[in-house]
Design a protein. Structure first.
Length: 67
């Protein structure tokens, strides 16, 4: 049986997503404007930011289950 690799994260999921979004934006700045690679990097950055916001929203205490 294979053992799973366990990783102890030192930062929250939202922080890691924000850091990833920053890395994608920095990489996109190095690409030519209008290039496919740049658009893909910017898209991934937006997706990471959206995922971070959704995760924060889902963890918020004001979020209540429907009645």
């Amino acid at each position: 049986m294979k053992r799973r690799r366990r990783i102890k994260h030192t930062s929250t999921f939202e922080e890691r997503l924000a850091q990833e979004a920053r890395r994608f934006k920095e990489a996109a700045e190095k690409e030519l404007p209008g290039s496919t690679a740049r658009e893909l990097l910017l898209r991934r950055a937006r997706q990471a930011e959206t995922a971070s916001h959704l995760s924060e929203w889902l963890r918020s205490p004001s979020l209540a289950a429907p009645k």
